[in-house]
Ligand binder design. Structure first.
Ligand code: FAD
Length: 456
């Protein structure tokens, strides 16, 4: 990047809000994948005006802008490709408003999701989207990826809560979409277009989200199964019964063994699967639901059910699920985390296919995730320095996507396409769909400034 351009960026944000040394820039070359790309400069804008000025300058001087929240993404979305600046939104971290009468909140994109949860819950309100990375990831990153989480089964994903956005367009204009009303059908739904656009169609600088009342009661059940197939068919049976748990998470035997080795919670190593089920709502409803779930699990040959109602007991049961991401890297250092998603009724078939793929390519492939909404997380643990193994990984990943699509599913339930799933997008969208996406990108970003190389 030309030093003259760097000086102009410094003029916008101040010398103290850029990083330019190689050591510092390397820190912004990573996300949650094994992709890498070092930005020419790291820039921390303080407000919408500064973001807009930088994007305008980028169009004038022809450099790329790579928006970044906390860098926890699992598809390579924030990784710079080629030269350009990493635009980190972490300084824009104010919760501007929590409004109990309108049941909404207005936040800046750098607000950490878990912190936002705490603040709304203090007021008896609830913001359901709960990516497992919530202690670190940002609201802006959640919007850009349309993040989900365990609670998506009952409550939906990020897009179901976004009412309005302030966006800096790829040409540096400031646009407002949606607003503060629950209903809004004025023009094309630009809020939904930006949500999930992975930082390629605009930079989100302010977010208005819908809130709901905080559920009064919760019960959590940890259910142990001898057979993985029984756990998978239990998921389908619970859904068919008409009970909608807040979360319905599955861990297979490899995952259970990693978690147990990692933090000794007393999970049985010979069990083929564990389901972690949480119900919430009014007291009577919660008791009725947990009773139905216990019966269904017993009818599907579970070995044991532990039910907890007190917060600290429930937290103990959740500890196993929360440890998964850290625990499974004991198997091998490179984690390829997929989120291919299938219709709920196809979970048992998808689990079977994943086991066959793991055996065929002789790979560590623990399966865990949001079984209730069909969003399993098959993770392949490999070593990126082992070329032969990585070739097997590539073939296995392609077969996982094929299996999901054959079963009527999708490449990505929540992590987005980014760099990682780019080669497979056409399998799902076809030529017409790909051209439609490209036409939108070209129309709003004619100079291809914003997050180039992602999705397409
Ligand atoms: C341990 C772990 C668990 C996870 N669990 C889940 C889960 O349960 N559910 C889930 O959905 N995801 C999960 N993720 C993935 C990740 O946390 C989410 O995708 C999250 O939304 C990314 O937020 P971030 O702030 O880290 O964004 P980043 O990783 O920094 O960026 C992600 C994308 O958003 C874009 N972006 C960031 N901020 C903005 C902005 N203000 N405007 C426009 N574009 C922007 C970037 O360009 C990039 O394309 C997990 C990741 C990890 C490491």
């Amino acid at each position: 990047m030309k030093s003259d351009t760097i000086q102009k960026i410094i003029k916008i944000v101040g010398q103290e809000n850029i990083l330019s040394s190689m050591e510092e820039r390397i820190c912004y070359s990573y996300d949650g994948t094994f992709q890498r790309g070092i930005p020419d400069l790291v820039v921390f804008p303080a407000n919408t005006k500064e973001v807009a000025e930088i994007v305008k300058l980028a169009n004038k001087e022809n450099f790329s802008v790579f928006p970044r929240g906390a860098g926890t993404g699992l598809s390579g979305g924030s990784i710079p490709i080629g030269s350009g600046v990493a635009l980190v939104l972490s300084r824009m971290n104010k919760i501007k408003e929590i409004n109990r009468e309108d049941l909404l909140a207005v936040v800046e994109p750098g607000v950490v999701t878990g912190h936002f949860h705490q603040e709304v819950e203090k007021l008896g309100l609830f913001y359901p989207p709960d990516p497992a990375s919530l202690k670190t990831c940002t609201m802006g990153g959640n919007i850009a990826e349309n993040a989900g989480g365990p609670r998506a089964f009952k409550y939906g994903v990020t897009k179901d809560y976004v009412l309005g956005l302030e966006v800096v367009t790829p040409e540096g204009e400031i646009m407002h979409t949606g607003g503060r009303t629950v209903k809004n059908v004025t023009g094309y739904d630009l809020t939904r277009l930006i949500t999930g656009s992975e930082g390629t169609l605009g930079i989100v600088t302010e977010i208005t989200v819908r809130l709901v009342p905080k559920p009064k009661e919760k019960r959590t059940a940890l259910v142990i199964f001898d057979k993985l197939e029984d756990a998978a068919s239990t998921v389908t049976a619970i859904i068919c019964h008409g009970v909608i748990p807040a979360t319905l998470e599955l861990m297979d035997q490899i995952t259970i063994n990693c978690v147990e080795k990692y933090n000794n919670l007393g999970l049985p190593l010979d069990a083929e699967a564990v389901l972690l089920i949480e119900v919430d709502g009014g007291k009577n409803q919660v008791e009725e639901d947990i009773k139905s779930i216990e019966e269904i699990c017993q009818n599907h040959h579970c070995r044991e059910i532990q039910v907890a109602s007190l917060a600290e007991e429930r937290e103990k049961l959740w500890k196993s699920r929360r440890a998964v991401s850290s625990a499974i890297v004991q198997l091998n250092p490179t984690k390829i985390s997929e989120d291919a998603t299938v219709p709920r009724s196809k979970i048992p078939e998808m689990v079977k296919r994943l086991r066959e793929i793991a055996a065929k390519y002789n790979l560590h492939l623990p399966v865990f995730g949001h079984a209730g909404d069909g969003n399993l997380h098959p993770n392949i643990l490999a070593d990126k320095n082992n070329k032969e193994e990585m070739e097997r990984v590539e073939k296995a990943v392609a077969e996982i996507f094929q299996a999901a699509l054959e079963l009527g599913g999708t490449l990505s339930g929540e992590h987005g396409i980014g760099i990682m799933k780019r080669p497979y997008l056409q399998w799902e969208l076809g030529e017409v769909g790909m051209n439609y996406l490209r036409a939108i990108k070209r129309a709003v970003d004619p100079n291809n400034i914003l997050n180039p190389g992602k999705i397409f």
